[in-house]
Design a protein around this ligand. Structure first.
Ligand SMILES: NC(=O)c1ccc[n+]([C@@H]2O[C@H](COP(=O)([O-])OP(=O)(O)OC[C@H]3O[C@@H](n4cnc5c(N)ncnc54)[C@H](OP(=O)(O)O)[C@@H]3O)[C@@H](O)[C@H]2O)c1
Length: 305
């Protein structure tokens, strides 16, 4: 069973959309899971997992098989004011720094650090597909992702194997982008955002959890990995699939109109997260033989909607 070689794993940010099913999967595979949280008492954890304050970090890391770091404030929650951007950056870099500094004090540092990053690393991009060998993009998200990965990579100086997972738009029933995309289609009509030609690189939550578990337990998983499905689509093609699945029509609204409205409502966030994109391929995971349960958007949406 994947992950069954993992005896003791520390998960930072394990209470969120990705963390909850990840902790369940690790515990189900027989691992003892320590979940680092700012509020461990409120966590509802499966048998085999325990919540801890960050203050307990050093003891937990000693000799652990892997650390999986997902911690960070929600990128899409609220307008990107200068202060909010600082919070988004600090909540990722400071937590990652804290993990690596604690590893440096261990007599036996953890064998692996699997650190979240995001496909914002590549954005903005034109229609050409990108993979892990491609150059980074520009702008706030690309800068956050590069700084986040650089902070994680410092663990490799301690002999820790580091896998950086550039996560795409996570598709899940219980939260994230999909319920927000589906709501207007279900009750009204579907419409592409802006030109609709921007890449939308997505991943089914179940496949992302499997990638994180594999990266934690398999020594071959080192370096950058795109946590995306093999079939990225344009925003328009993805929206059409949702509309088709729900039996709703596509509304022919001109791109400049939706782009203008989104920019007015959400500012820079709209441009960076909704109106720009990239067609990101998971070349590294495929090279290592990872088999996606939901390789196509159609399969993922049939499962989730
Ligand atoms: N979901 C996506 O579509 C997506 C796409 C690309 C990248 N990612 C990245 O993948 C990671 C996990 O995603 P997710 O959707 O599971 O995120 P999430 O639901 O927002 O969960 C993130 C977790 O980080 C912890 N956290 C938040 N602010 C923190 C802070 N200031 N200091 C320490 N911990 C903090 C929280 O745990 P506690 O409250 O328990 O401390 C929270 O459970 C995130 O870093 C995100 O940026 C997600």
């Amino acid at each position: 069973m994947p992950g069954s070689t993992l005896k003791r794993v520390v998960v930072a940010g394990g209470s969120g959309l990705v963390g909850r099913p990840l902790v369940r999967a690790l515990a189900a595979a027989g691992a003892e899971v320590a979940v680092l949280s700012r509020a461990p008492k409120r966590l509802d954890l499966p048998w085999g997992a325990m919540g801890y304050e960050w203050a307990h970090l050093s003891n937990l890391l000693e000799g652990a098989d892997a650390v999986i770091n997902l911690a960070g404030e929600g990128i899409a929650e609220g307008r990107w004011t200068r202060a909010r951007k600082q919070v988004l950056l600090d909540s990722r870099i400071q937590t990652t720094d804290r993990l690596v500094q604690a590893m440096a004090k261990c007599q036996r540092p953890p064998a692996a650090l699997v650190n979240a990053s995001a496909i914002g690393w590549y954005i903005p991009r034109d229609g050409a597909p990108v993979d892990e060998a491609s150059a980074p993009g520009t702008g706030f998200l690309a800068e956050v992702c590069q700084a986040w990965e650089a902070a994680a990579l410092k663990a490799s100086d301690l002999g820790v194997r580091v896998a950086r997972v550039r996560i795409g738009v996570v598709l899940a029933r219980e939260g994230g982008a999909l319920p927000k995309m589906v709501l207007p289609v279900r009750f009204y009509q579907a419409c592409k955002l802006g030109s609709g030609t921007q890449g939308l690189s997505w991943i089914h939550l179940e496949d992302l959890v499997a990638i994180l578990v594999e990266a934690a337990g398999n020594p071959a998983w080192e370096g950058a990995f795109n946590g995306t499905a093999p079939e990225p689509l344009s925003n328009e093609a993805f929206t059409r699939l949702i509309a088709h699945r729900l039996g709703r029509p596509m509304l022919p609204i001109p791109g400049f109109l939706t782009a203008g409205i989104l920019q007015l409502a959400l500012g820079e966030l709209a441009q960076a997260l909704l109106l720009q994109g990239a067609f990101v391929r998971p070349a590294h995971a495929l090279d290592l033989g990872f088999a996606f349960r939901f390789p196509t958007a159609q399969a993922a949406l049939e499962d989730l909607l």
